[in-house]
Write a protein that binds this ligand. Sequence first.
Ligand code: ADP
Ligand code: MG
Length: 456
Amino acid sequence: MNTKNFSSLPLTSEMVQNLNALGYKEMTAIQVESLPYILEGKDVVAEAKTGSGKTAAFGIGVLSALDVKKFRVQSLILTPTRELADQVARELRQIAKFAHNIKILTLCGGAAFGPQLGSLRHGAHIVVGTPGRILKHLSKDTLSLENLQTLVLDEADRMLDMGFIEEIEKVLEYAPKQRQTLLFSATYPAEILQLSASIQQDAVSIKTKSQEVANKVVQRFYEVQNDEKIQTLVNILSTFKPQNAIVFSNTKIEADEIAAKLQKSNIDALAIHGDLEQYDRNDVLVQFTNGSARVLVATDVAARGLDIKELSMVVNYDLPHSEETYTHRIGRTARAGAEGLAFTLYSPWEAEKVDVYQDGERLFEEADTLKTTNGFTMKPAFITLVIEGGKKDKLRAGDLLGALTGDAGLAGSSIGKIDIYERQSYVAIETKYVDEAQKKLANGKIKGKKFTVWIL
Ligand code: ADP
Ligand code: MG
């Protein structure tokens, strides 16, 4: 039997069928190595690079162990950010489709407390959330972990970086001693080992990173003066012409500045960082993932854990503060076996710090080998329409597609990704049709109802 097949695991046939329907034909390396232990109920501490399928590794474990008839919180998944919690919940809901009525709830800071109380009263099998907000619910007794079987810490390294250790420890005081604890991380600093030792029992330790990262990302370094950085960035983009790119900056202010300067150079860029309101962050992420913006300028926290498929390039506009951060950042490109490009700019006085990156494979080049192309632009193929209606209006992707191709008369090929959220939906429309699409949608009806529609 192929040991990469999900059917080689003790999973129900419904689970395996649904995984196949999701396009998960074979297990990823981390899934092959961790799932047998996870399904046995063992504690596992796993390190694997971003994009390696960690969510499904713990998700399949958590969902197989679930007793659907018992309507109590049986699993709790802690994540560092709201975006990541949403993303984990979305993936879990996909994997949970093998059975009916599995309730997965997200509880994150930054969202209103009241509605969360309502959702909790309705009950849930699995809760995904950020440590602070989970703790708040536990201390107010609005969330009970009495029936908890599995606790997952996703992106544990990041949660430690963000100073969540106290919250995590307090959350653990509410959890039963008899439980399975799974710890997932993209890097493995000493703190993770300590955390594992203090909250896990006989944990099986799994690492897959070294086999995966090897030579799939071409890594180039350039020494440049600060005032030449923007031009170097533009030259990198015009020389390598990536489909899309994330540019990492170490500060929020700089992220905004870089995006503004790129825009002046006719490169369509958006900035994302922790100072943006949640809905603004969402707008930016949607635009980047659906191809309405080709360059995202981000700080680490804002971009962490996001699963952006088919990312062509990562640029470290500043030298990352640590090699771990570097690994995280470049792990976003070269996903699913595709080759990726990673660039790092550093200042002459950082030359010594860069020494640790010299490993024979990474390329250190002169910035003047990059081409300056006159008239180079990076314009997106799509523009995003926002529809002031979403899941709560029972809107589905098919309804929007129907309204656009039917009444509005657009060709299916001019419509890109559709994202439906609770109160809003986003549709990527080929640039030249966007005005027409906006007018027709705003003047017509979707599912028999009128909605406000605007261009983002
Ligand atoms: P990580 O948490 O390790 O950064 P994710 O769990 O977000 O990575 O997974 C990255 C992507 O790979 C997701 O889009 C997920 O749906 C997909 N994926 C996960 N497992 C498989 C699999 N066995 N086969 C194909 N795609 C998978
Ligand atoms: Mg993950």
